[in-house]
Write a protein that binds this ligand. Structure first.
Ligand SMILES: NC(=O)N[C@@H](O)C(=O)O
Ligand code: NI
Length: 161
């Protein structure tokens, strides 16, 4: 099994796959008489297809142990998908590029406390993978008609560590 090193998540490294949702180095400005700071326009929500619309859900996820055997990735052809942690627990973000034969070798990131991600439409990714403890997330993705899930199972799994 080929091993993949899990790296810290950065906006730059994740840029080809979507957005990192965090306050660090974000465009921000005071609102409400200076009582709040707005970290503005951090991610692009994409909703394509018939009756496409953005929707917000909450997800409570069980943690996965590491090293993790990655057998598949998925993608959503009709919309983006954002995971915004509601705890300080880290989670694993796995993405793959696209080749003529399908997803490329995956890249694995570990979030810092509070970091979220918005996975761009049609980008191959691993399913939500909390680490360390049960974790809650706000999920912003696409509702509407049509099939918005495509899965790819690797011939050989990868070991993420
Ligand atoms: N289905 C769902 O809400 N999440 C998955 O698409 C995932 O990427 O975890
Ligand atoms: Ni997904």
């Amino acid at each position: 099994m080929k091993e993949i090193e899990i790296k810290p998540l950065t906006r730059e490294a994740f840029a080809p796959f979507g957005d990192v949702i965090e306050t660090e180095n974000a465009h921000s400005f005071p609102i409400n008489g200076g009582k709040c700071t707005r970290y503005h326009d951090l991610a692009k929500i994409e909703t394509a297809g018939d009756k496409g619309r953005p929707m917000i859900s909450l997800v409570r996820g069980e943690p996965y142990p590491l090293p993790l055997k990655l057998t598949m990735v998925e993608r959503h052809p009709l919309g983006s998908q954002a995971f915004i942690p509601l705890t300080d627990n880290p989670f694993l973000v796995v993405v793959s590029g696209e080749t003529k034969e399908g997803p490329s070798e995956p890249i694995a990131f570990r979030t810092a406390p509070g970091q979220g991600v918005n996975i761009a439409r049609n980008v191959w990714h691993g399913i939500l993978t909390p680490l360390d403890d049960v974790s809650d997330f706000a999920v912003v993705d696409r509702g509407g008609e049509g099939v918005n899930l495509e899965e790819h199972f690797f011939e050989e799994p990868f070991l993420l560590r």
